[in-house]
Design a protein around this ligand. Structure first.
Ligand SMILES: [Zn+2]
Ligand SMILES: [Zn+2]
Ligand SMILES: [Zn+2]
Length: 155
């Protein structure tokens, strides 16, 4: 079923349906909430399709990003990562990321108050916002707790 949906997505965007493209999409879609690097996508795709090369993976993710089928994300750890894009879904709004600077965990969240800001930008300076990206850095609940404990020890 999933396969059919991907084929439809590719066709709708005027892309030829190829095995490689379907496999890469499947690899990413099978791991919701994960943010894979091209190398990880390569390793995982190779399990099903050993003939695939890293260069093909790079090319394929590039094409899929350009068409908005997948999104490129960066968590400032030196890697470019990919996740399934939200393009073509009901809302144009995609999720955002909160990154723990201590343990490196990435928490996805949906809501933000940016629509208000976007409207204000339009009303005041006529700027039309077409997209935004939100990346928050801080401490996850566990690490924030640890931090408090450490501070108590010091005091
Ligand atoms: Zn943490
Ligand atoms: Zn994400
Ligand atoms: Zn947002």
């Amino acid at each position: 079923m999933e396969q059919e949906r991907f084929k439809e997505t590719l066709r709708r965007r005027g892309l030829k349906v190829t095995n490689q493209r379907l496999l890469v999409l499947e690899t990413i879609a099978d791991r919701p909430g994960q943010h894979l690097t091209a190398e990880e996508i390569y390793e995982l795709t190779k399990e099903k399709y050993p003939e695939i090369g890293l260069a093909t993976i790079y090319r394929t993710v590039q094409v899929l990003v350009e068409l908005g089928v997948i999104d490129k994300v960066s968590f400032d750890d030196g890697f470019v990562r990919y996740e399934l894009g939200d393009a073509g879904q009901d809302s144009r709004h995609h999720h955002h990321h909160a990154i723990c600077q201590r343990c490196g965990s990435v928490i996805s969240f949906e809501g933000d108050l940016l629509e208000t800001l976007e409207e204000a930008l339009y009303d005041t300076i006529g700027f039309v916002v077409t997209d935004h990206e939100v990346k928050l850095t801080g401490y996850c609940r566990e690490c924030a707790k640890g931090k408090e404990n450490n501070m108590e020890e010091i005091n």
